[in-house]
Design a protein around this ligand. Structure first.
Ligand code: NAP
Length: 403
């Protein structure tokens, strides 16, 4: 048995919230999740462990309970101990957690994001060569979505139709603001702050500059929701001009030649959905409010092979939870069937975040090799008519083909 001195020390941060990753290795809490969570985790763990080991890094996983597994153990879906563990170890890998529709408990996923103030949901969209796709040129969809994660209609401020709370709010709106809402309606509130919008957009601009990306697009529905989504656009341009004036240029002021600066543009969300299919190569980094980001990231994921191929991260200041974009896919739970790549790529994204880029690259290279041999889970196999492998077989193939 290891004693405490042998255990890797938790990751810490400096005064700027930059990670300090201990040399002796890293402990990562894992929320395995509901539904297909255990299937994809079993396939993912050996892939991440081997990639880290081949790159000379020690990686240990400890289970952090949430969802059904936590409820079965202690009667709570999101125990405080779990949130404390996530805060202590700072970087977590997470499987999907179920949320009932139209009632029942609030989303545990939203709960974790809010409790840890993980304000940026970051979803890279990059096609792995050889992965079947419904579009002709999936390599053109090389984008990264920065979605605000704590505000907007996802804030959980809504009341059911016919309740006292909803009726009181409707009464207040009529009496004090002259705003008419049909009596008996359900009502929800869409809060969007300058602080919340600007810190998300700042994170996206910093990333775009660091990675030398050509443009950043603010995606909004500001023509209709002028004071929320319209303000998101306005705050984005203000921030770019105020804090990054010498490193950015607006699309309007840009002459179309290489500006050597980050081009800041904006698109109305419905147009952006069309653009993402028709002219994806004109877009690079996308920053947007919560609901737009949820929809658009799944739409973009479809272009690179579907939700089974879509990684993600929820980032705060000095805290991060990496997770697959998809949910619990309940109809496939326990069948050892679904594609684990989404969690595996989230793990690769996490290794890169730890500064272990070599380990992340081993995973993406192994993925390319395995896909090129037409070793595919059901979701991709059905697009090209080959016999699918199981989730666990796909994970083993990645381990076997990793160099
Ligand atoms: P979902 O679980 O993402 O599944 C929707 C569809 O996406 C599946 O039926 C499947 O498509 C495909 N899919 C998902 N994961 C896949 C994988 N690993 N490999 C291949 N295909 C995959 O969405 P949902 O059915 O709307 O939601 C189910 C539950 O998950 C809900 O309780 C929801 O609240 C929760 N959820 C959680 C998270 C999270 O934890 N962050 C995110 C989203 C949803 P086919 O049927 O076409 O094969």
């Amino acid at each position: 048995m290891k004693d405490l001195w042998d255990m890797p020390k938790p990751i810490t941060v400096d005064s700027q919230n930059n990670l300090i990753v201990p040399d002796g290795g890293v402990v990562i809490p894992v929320i395995i999740g509901d539904g297909v969570g255990p299937d994809i985790w079993r396939a993912t763990e050996p892939v991440l462990t081997k990639a880290a080991r081949l790159s000379g890094h020690a990686l240990e996983f400890v289970e952090a309970l949430a969802g059904q597994a936590a409820h079965a153990r202690c009667g709570q879906y999101l125990p405080d101990d779990t949130l404390d563990t996530l805060r202590t170890y700072r970087v977590t890998l997470k499987g999907p957690l179920a949320t009932p529709v139209g009632g029942g408990m609030r989303s545990l996923n939203v709960g974790i994001r809010q409790a840890l103030d993980l304000y940026a949901c970051v979803r890279p969209i990059k096609w792995v060569p050889g992965v079947p796709s419904p579009v002709r040129e999936p390599a053109k969809a090389d984008m990264i979505v920065f979605r605000e994660n704590t505000e907007d209609v996802y804030a959980g401020l809504e009341w059911p139709a016919g309740t006292k709370e909803a009726d009181d709010l409707i009464g207040y709106l009529a009496t004090n603001l002259g705003a008419k809402v049909r009596p008996g309606s359900a009502v929800g509130i869409k809060p969007m702050s300058e602080f919340g919008s600007k810190r998300l957009i700042k994170r996206a601009i910093d990333w775009a500059l660091k990675e030398k990306r050509p443009s950043l697009t603010l995606v909004h529905k500001g023509n209709i929701m002028k004071y929320t989504e319209g303000a998101f656009r306005k705050w984005g341009y203000e921030l770019a001009a105020g804090e990054y004036g010498d490193q950015t240029v607006t699309e309007g002021a840009w002459d179309g030649k290489d500006p050597g600066r980050l081009v800041i543009k904006d698109r109305i969300a419905d147009n952006m959905f069309m653009q993402s299919l028709l002219r994806p190569d004109e877009y690079s980094v996308l920053a947007m409010p919560n609901l737009n980001g949820d929809y658009l990231s799944d739409c973009l994921a479809a272009q690179i092979g579907g939700l089974g191929m879509a990684p993600g991260a929820n980032l705060g200041d000095g805290l991060a939870v990496f997770e697959a974009t998809h949910g619990t896919a309940p109809k496939y739970a326990g069948q050892d069937k679904v594609n684990p790549s989404s969690l595996i790529l989230s793990g690769a994204f996490m290794l890169e975040y730890l500064g272990w880029k070599d380990a992340a690259e081993r995973i993406t290279k192994a993925l390319e090799t395995v896909v090129s041999k037409k070793i595919l889970t059901y979701d991709l196999a059905r697009q090209v008519g080959v016999t699918p492998v199981k989730c666990s077989e796909f994970g083993r193939a990645l381990v076997d083909h990793m160099e």
